[in-house]
Design a protein around this ligand. Sequence first.
Ligand code: GDP
Ligand code: K
Ligand code: MG
Length: 302
Amino acid sequence: MTDTPAQRCGLIAIVGKPNVGKSTLLNALVGQKVSITSRKAQTTRHRITGIRTVGASQFVFVDTPGFQTRHGTALNRSLNKTVQGAVGDVDLVLFVVEAGKFTPGDAKVLALLKPGIPVVLVANKLDELNRRADAAPWLQETAGKHEFAEIVPMSAKNRKDIERLFPIFEKYLPEQPWWYGEDELTDRSEKFLAGETVREKLFRLTGDELPYTSTVVVDKFDEEPSPKHKRLVRIAATIIVERDSHKAMVIGDKGERLKRIGTEARTELEKLMDCKVFLELWVKVRSGWADDEARVRSFGYE
Ligand code: GDP
Ligand code: K
Ligand code: MG
């Protein structure tokens, strides 16, 4: 008889200021896209759980919106509550910064972490430095900012760096039975992922022209039997913007941009859900929604 190791399972929060690569890291750790990414700050708006089971250990990661240091709108307040809720009761925190940089924004996030929980300093985007060795003096200085449990210089885009992380994190997971099935990757529904995928394409294809306050609501998500396909899903979603000028921007010349958002989102969802997808997109103007508590809630924010 061989001894099977006891199951381990624990919660690991990924925190950091916007755009340091938290969602990219989560997707790489899970091995599939569960959290959308873009160059835009405020791409991640929800608490997203990604799960990866390696051997006897189940790692349950929580991606968070970047902490919004400029308060004000109802949306920003909601985002900050989401981050604080996520880091309250975890076994490990991954504090992500960009290698070679430690800004006042990073210091603010670090100051918000609850004492007593081990923190791993993840110095991401190492590939953006000319030589890995260039990070050494910076790492030494940054190590003094907190009593970090571990310091990991890495790139979320480098497979080898990602696989190296699991043995490092494993010792912080308590011995307890898994919370999810071995093959489960996220606790989010396909309907949720559909809205997020549209939002990602919207952000990526409009760039800096469109304010971050645009959002997406999924109005319909219906599965139909289909003789031709093993599964067919009909999705209707509405892109909500704040002004008529934004609506024109999203629709684009002769509807070209909206069409491209739809095509890219549909293609990705068909891959993700392994089925045929029909996607219908609408654009609506709802001025001031990000300042309106009730609207922020009705659009699915906590
Ligand atoms: P978040 O706001 O912290 O969740 O950041 P995202 O995951 O959305 O990433 C922000 C941007 O940084 C995206 O354009 C990513 O492709 C990019 N990025 C993330 N990780 C890396 C990395 O390791 N190297 C490089 N070069 N870019 C990265
Ligand atoms: K981002
Ligand atoms: Mg993100």
